[in-house]
Design a protein around this ligand. Structure first.
Ligand code: MG
Length: 365
């Protein structure tokens, strides 16, 4: 199965409601679609989410990285050499993790198709069913409470609550949501780097005093402030999760060496795709660090790859935050993984199982 062509497009899907965090507000998915074509007629699909405030990747940068640097290295190569191809992708240029992720996802899709099995099975996974949480965007307290209650009523039993804008307001929001869902959902707090280390400790102590026990506190402090993250982890009972602080294996090794967090959020757009995400899960597993499988604002292409990986590494990845497809107003993907509210189910089709993607605007590569 030889690679003949790599095409790029843009997939644009409005979100049901704007996605708001301490870092950004987003109204629609505008991701770069990668399709890798082969001499056997098989097509592999991948997706890159331009999340400039986190990865530094923009649409233009993703297109440039793939079309001018990564794709020329892959044309004519055999999909059977997956590990060698991933190494070509990873060493093609520094950073650009979203571009690398999209290409790797399409390569793994093809590799699994070559072997005639769903990707999760090629990666050694068992039961292909997951339950995801859903994001509650940061907003006025009343709005967040209404969103949280609606999510719980819709069957979600874990809520990813976005905070980190204003400490006093954040505590008010958490208390109100906690009272409204009344033990019907786990609360995952994501401050998206919005607090100082001292504020984070103060916030968790206040919640503790109010008998509120969140399941975890995600990325309370600045991404580069590992010492600050450790300061928080050492002082609070709530497990602390690193997100923006950990992109790839080297950052995870440093985080573990410092004992700076209890949990790590793996995202394909940060790791540069599946090869490093597998390494992250394996390194975390060796050190007793649990993992969340997360995503950016993604449709069911790259989120499907994340779901396959989460099933394969279910022994280490015990928390799932793959709500991207549920946040979309429509689904551009034909076939693939079923994202139905809190429930995610992978079918039997080879690879990622995607047969086509609708509403794609071609981009000249
Ligand atoms: Mg996060």
């Amino acid at each position: 199965m030889k690679i003949t062509e790599i095409r790029l497009g843009m997939v644009r899907v409005p979100l049901k409601t704007p996605f708001k965090t301490a870092l950004r507000t987003v109204d629609s998915v505008e991701d770069i679609l990668v399709s890798i074509h082969t001499d056997t007629g098989h097509t592999g699909y991948g997706e890159a989410a331009p999340t400039a405030v986190i990865t530094g990747d923009t649409q233009g940068a993703i297109v440039g990285a793939i079309s001018t640097v990564i794709a020329p290295r892959l044309i004519g190569r055999d999909v059977a050499d997956l590990n060698a191809l991933c190494r070509l992708v990873q060493t093609a240029l520094e950073r650009n993790t979203s571009a690398k992720a999209a290409v790797e996802i399409a390569l793994y899709d093809l590799f699994a198709q070559l072997h005639g099995a769903p990707l999760y099975r090629i990666l050694g996974g068992g039961t292909p069913v997951l339950r995801t949480d859903i994001t509650i965007s940061v907003d006025a307290t009343d709005t967040m409470v209404a969103d949280a209650v609606a999510a719980v009523d819709a069957g979600f039993d874990a809520l990813k609550i976005k905070i980190g804008q204003d400490l006093r307001l954040d505590l008010e929001r958490i208390r109100a949501i906690h009272a409204a869902v009344d033990g019907r959902a786990q609360l995952r707090l994501d401050a998206n780097q919005g607090w100082t280390p001292r504020q984070a400790v103060q916030a968790m102590r206040r919640l503790e005093a109010a008998d509120i026990e969140p399941e975890l506190l995600e990325q309370p402090v600045k991404a580069r402030d590992l010492a600050g993250l450790k300061y928080v982890t050492k002082r609070v009972h709530v497990p602390v999760m690193a997100d923006e602080s950990v992109f790839g294996p080297l950052e995870l090794i440093e985080l573990i060496r410092m004992r700076a967090a209890d949990i790590v959020n793996i995202k394909l757009m940060k790791s540069g795709g599946l090869s490093n995400a597998i390494r992250l899960a394996d390194i975390a597993g060796l050190h007793g660090v649990t993992c969340m499988m997360g995503c950016m604002i993604e449709t069911g292409i790259s989120a499907a790859a994340a779901a396959h990986l989460a099933v394969a590494k279910a022994d280490v990845i015990s928390k799932i935050d793959l709500d991207g497809p549920s946040l979309c107003a429509s689904n551009p993907v034909e076939g693939g993984v079923m994202f139905d509210g809190a429930r995610i189910e992978i079918g039997d089709a080879p690879g990622l199982g995607i047969t086509s993607v609708r509403d794609v605007m071609p981009i000249a590569g």
